[in-house]
Design a protein around this ligand. Structure first.
Ligand SMILES: C[S@@+](CC[C@H](N)C(=O)[O-])C[C@H]1O[C@@H](n2cnc3c(N)ncnc32)[C@H](O)[C@@H]1O
Length: 298
């Protein structure tokens, strides 16, 4: 599968909706010391992060973690880091990535902080990682510069995110008008709040401009429902369909009521359409997952 622009073949033999099976436990890898920033950022800077952070969202983040592991064949990163001693995970959420990366709890320390404020670490890092932070960043260029400045020479920086979008190779996403409308309004509300949710295609350029070298951008296709003939994409589609069904209500409510001032009934009508489109397996929907990494020069 890996990163490629190859077309995903749909399974046309059965277009009934399929519900995901239960989620298995994630695997873990590597061993290091990890210092995790801003574990409980919500309570620290009330109102600066509009996206959900309740128990349901935390379960969903663990589901996203599982999807990343599936995409990366059990790995936790793409940057070619080897035995890094000091690692920072930005916006760590439930901490699931950091805990897996650190392997054993004593290696992992959580700190509550705002990654958009000046960092005051007394020692530079070997590796700085941030995942699923689209919509959490007001000033990307400043953040990428701080990452650069806080790395050791040859240290790696990596950012990973699902693109907030819906697309297809055969044009069937164009039938998904509720989803397309949601995406359009998520972009508009996030832009108006000042934390864009459609900026990831620019990240690799901004990372290069911060001074990083050996920058690579890898793009993986992630089906949004189980419509594929390929067993791996089918499995990914099962999990991500559930992920989308969980994310869409909480994200649209968070943004559309507070920023766009939509009424509950308007959001419910939109979500009913979104659910229908996600369950209609004649829509061959996918989004892209970006893994971008670069190295501080010697
Ligand atoms: C969508 S979650 C991703 C969590 C985690 N990285 C993962 O992949 O599971 C985004 C996280 O970033 C945190 N966050 C948002 N803005 C932040 C900021 N300015 N400083 C620190 N943390 C922030 C939120 O509290 C939330 O936990």
């Amino acid at each position: 599968m890996a990163y490629s622009s190859a077309t995903i073949e749909p399974d046309l033999s059965d277009i009934d909706s399929v519900y995901p099976d239960s989620v298995n436990d994630a695997n873990c890898t590597t061993s290091i010391t990890s210092s995790a920033l801003n574990y409980q950022y919500h309570s620290y800077h009330e109102g600066e992060y509009l996206l959900p952070n309740d128990e349901q969202e935390q379960d969903r983040l663990d589901l996203s973690h599982h999807i990343y592991l599936m995409l990366l064949k059990g790995e936790l990163h793409r940057a070619p880091v080897e035995n890094p001693g000091r690692v920072l995970d930005l916006g760590t959420g439930t901490g699931i990535w950091a805990i897996d990366f650190a392997e054993v709890p004593p290696n992992c320390k959580f700190e509550v902080d705002d990654f958009e404020q000046p960092w005051n670490y007394n020692a530079p890092f070997d590796y700085i990682h941030g995942r699923e932070l689209e919509g959490a960043i007001r000033d990307h260029k400043q953040l990428f510069q701080q990452a650069f400045d806080n790395l050791k020479p040859n240290g790696w920086f990596e950012m990973a995110t699902f693109e907030v979008n819906t697309m297809s190779d055969d044009g069937t996403h164009l039938k998904s008008t509720y989803l397309l409308n949601s995406v359009k309004n998520i972009y508009a509300s996030a832009r108006s709040f000042g934390k864009a949710m459609h900026s990831v295609p620019s990240w690799s350029d901004w990372i290069k401009k911060a001074g990083f070298v050996n920058v690579r951008e890898e793009i993986y296709k992630l089906p949004q429902s189980p419509w594929s003939k390929d067993p791996e994409f089918l499995e990914l589609g099962k999990y991500h369909q559930l992920n989308m069904l969980e994310a869409m209500p909480s994200y649209t409510y968070a943004l559309f009521t507070r920023v766009l001032r939509w009424e509950r009934v308007e959001i419910e009508a939109l979500l009913a359409g979104v659910r229908r489109e996600l369950r209609d397996l004649s829509n061959h929907l996918y989004t892209r997952v970006y893994m971008i990494y670069g190295q501080r020069p010697p």
